[in-house]
Design a protein around this ligand. Structure first.
Ligand code: NAI
Ligand code: ISE
Length: 336
């Protein structure tokens, strides 16, 4: 059986996901696409999924009887509308991060999903599908290093485009750590603090870069993460867990150590798309399989909501220099 998917948003990641779902992965085909830039949608369909219908609006696509499930890869501010439309139509929906751009909008999605009585929504936090993070999670769960006490992490990009402004270091970039670190330690956050670093001369458009975010969890785990999106040298994701009985590090991607030009070393990736390319495959393959069985096994709408509440608290902490409390209601039974 094949899952017939409609994709809203045929930009960068939309195209990559279409290529995966329409050839590389098993059990799925892309039967419909839409983009506010209809020329782009036509061109992408012609290149990647020639038999797909190009719909005039995302709503039309969601309501098409040919579409079994929806993939939302449009810009963040449009996510809420399409995810709510899919819930209303009773169709499973995979939404790229962020689930929505405000915590209130995420909560509306959570409430709509609960009211529908069906688990339909998955959020595109792909780090949970990365082989290295999965190995690290196994180490934590097996108790080999005892209880995690502290985490030291870094999210470094070589550079960012001109449209990357304001608090995107948190809302676009750190949001991945917000989700994956909470999943790793299996504990919710209670507070956030941001410590500004000395501003790099490479930071454009008044961007604050770098800075450190400190999150504290309910059980007292302290997590510091350096966010440095103009570090120049590479796309570098680090995570070290300090446990009661030892430490555990996120494995580096496999590269061949070389000795050359009076130096010994290994290359570092420059592009985040390459660093997590396998995890996108695993993420969408597991989503297709679970969806065909009527299940959601990945990050839920509640995880998307919790990430948004945490992200808001980090933005406020950055603005005020204060330690900001992270408050949500208890996780609804629906998501247990
Ligand atoms: P993009 O700008 O390359 O593509 C977005 C596309 O959505 C554009 O073609 C745009 O015309 C279309 N669009 C915008 N509003 C729309 C609407 N109302 N209806 C239909 N189409 C609409 O952006 P990109 O990089 O592909 O990002 C898309 C989403 O994916 C964002 O939410 C982003 O945060 C997320 N993303 C996730 C990544 C991950 O690692 N999980 C990596 C990159 C992006
Ligand atoms: C980008 O938007 C992503 O989602 C990537 O996964 C992330 O690593 C990068 O820093 C973001 O800018």
């Amino acid at each position: 059986m094949s899952l017939k998917i409609g994709v809203i948003g045929t930009g960068a990641i939309g195209q990559e996901h279409i290529a995966r779902l329409n050839g590389k992965l098993a059990g799925s085909s892309v039967v419909a696409v839409n983009d506010i830039n209809s020329e782009n949608a036509q061109a992408v369909a012609a290149r990647l999924c020639p038999s797909a219908k190009v719909h005039a609006t995302g709503q039309d696509l969601v309501n098409s009887p040919d579409v079994d499930a929806v993939l939302v890869t449009s810009w963040g501010p449009s996510h809420e509308e399409f995810v709510l439309a899919a819930i209303e139509a009773g169709k499973p929906v995979f939404c790229e991060k962020p689930l929505a751009t405000t915590a209130e909008a995420c909560l509306r999605i959570v409430e709509a999903e609960i009211a529908s009585g069906r688990h339909l929504v998955q959020v595109g936090f792909m780090r949970r599908y990365d082989a290295g993070y999965r190995l690290l999670k196994e180490v934590v769960t097996s108790g080999q290093i005892g209880d995690p006490l502290m985490l030291h992490c870094a999210h470094r990009n070589p550079s960012v485009p001109a449209h990357y402004v304001g608090d995107m270091g948190i809302t676009d970039t750190f949001i991945h750590e917000i989700d994956v670190l909470r999943w790793l330690v299996d504990d919710d956050y209670v507070s956030a603090q941001v410590i500004q670093g000395k501003r790099s001369r490479h930071a454009l458009n008044g961007l604050d870069d770098p800075y450190i975010v400190v999150l504290k969890t309910k059980s007292g785990v302290v997590i510091d993460t350096e966010i440095f999106v103009n570090c120049q040298f590479g796309y570098d994701i680090q995570c070290q867990i300090v446990g009661e009985d030892g430490t555990a590090n996120l494995p580096e991607p496999a590269t061949v150590p070389m000795r050359k030009n009076q130096m010994a070393g290994q290359s570092i990736m420059m592009d985040w798309k390459l660093r997590f390319i396998d995890s996108y495959d695993v993420e969408l393959q597991e989503w297709v399989q679970a969806t065909l069985q009527g299940k959601v096994t990945g990050p839920t709408a509640w995880d998307g909501y919790f990430a948004a509440v945490t992200s808001d608290a980090c933005v406020e902490a950055k603005r005020t220099g204060q330690i900001v409390a992270i408050n949500t209601d208890a996780r609804p039974d629906f998501y247990r």
